[in-house]
Design a binder for this molecule. Sequence first.
Ligand code: SF4
Length: 431
Amino acid sequence: MIKEINFGNINIGENKPPVTIAEAAVEHLGSVKVAMRMAETAKEIGADMIKYQMHLPDEEMIPDVIKFWGGSLDEILENYNLSIDDHKLLIDYCREIGIQYLCTPFCPEAVDVLNDLGVDAFKTGSGELTNLPMMERIAGTGKPVIASTGMCTLDEIEETVQFLNDKDATFMIMGTICTRGCAFCNVATGRPDTLDVFEPARVANAVKKMGLRHVVVTSVDRDDLKDGGAEHFARTLRSIRQKSPDTTIEVLTPDFRLSGPSALQTVMSAAPDVFNHNIETVPRLYPKVRPGARYFHSLWLLKRAKEIAPTVATKSGLMVGLGEEFEEVLQVLDDLRAADVDFVTIGQYLQPTPQHHPVARYVHPGEFKKLERAALGKGFLMVSATPLTRSSYHAEEDFRLFSSARSLKLANSNNNNICHSKSEKERRNEK
Ligand code: SF4
């Protein structure tokens, strides 16, 4: 019973290539055979590592686990976690099929056990990073440590980046509760917290302290605020600029649909380097997938952002595998180009929990290639279309690549030449 598998790219250091990690929620798998199949799948779609969690159910969580999964306590305990023998089996199997095995230890003692079993690397989140005895043991193994710098809280980012010396990070501002409930998104829906007026300064301090070269600032949807949180975005951007003038900033904003056109103006007045708003899916699926949003409003937002600030790069992303047709995706690409969007990302939709929109199909890597070619042909300056593509992965590197693509285009148009757009992969290979 496969319950969850997530994929993500993580930059592990300034001069090292990002690794692609498949995260398997083994606590819900119920069988080591399924875990093996997940390792095969991860390998097939190009992941470098697969991560299995090694932890025991929290006693307090057991009633919820029983309620959710059903079954008796004994069954739950039996199936909830991989045994040490299971881990050994999986490590050997991963080695056999050529994928690295990554594991988060649940206590300092588990570090030694995992090390003896032969894990290739340790994964740490803020919980582990603040656990000094755990970190000392991990450091003692001499194995690579991979920490998550994806979307997480400010404190988590600070702690994580200190260990990794990464140079970009994503900050989610204005809380973790969203006023919308998109069918693909795992963010909680409800009444958000009141705005923290000190947040812009705290984000700016964190960016400076970490010496970040590029940041992505994003947020939940805040339909409860008159301006949708636009001024909070702008204040955050201005604070970052003031403290770290050399840091480039990408905003990944909500659609400000209920806030009027001035909200976008407010964000753009703070001069982001990249304006990103995800179109997410094809218009036919909006009522089911993105019920609070309107396709043509999102297009308008992107177009208007470019009109307000023609030199700012615009970016958008969509998921495939939600039930759309190939032709419909092509139409979205046309619409995005008509809105003057420079950079598009296309990735495979993965269902975060059984309560979310089902995956209609897994799109073949060959189809992603076709979409990439089509998008380049339509004139996007940058295209990232792979099963693992997500909107803010490689944000810093993408921004640099985009800047050189744009310079090339300008040079070519000055020379009356044709600019040959390139895929993200071609550009990375050239570097
Ligand atoms: S608006 Fe954004 S954060 Fe809110 S549910 Fe939709 S995708 Fe998630």
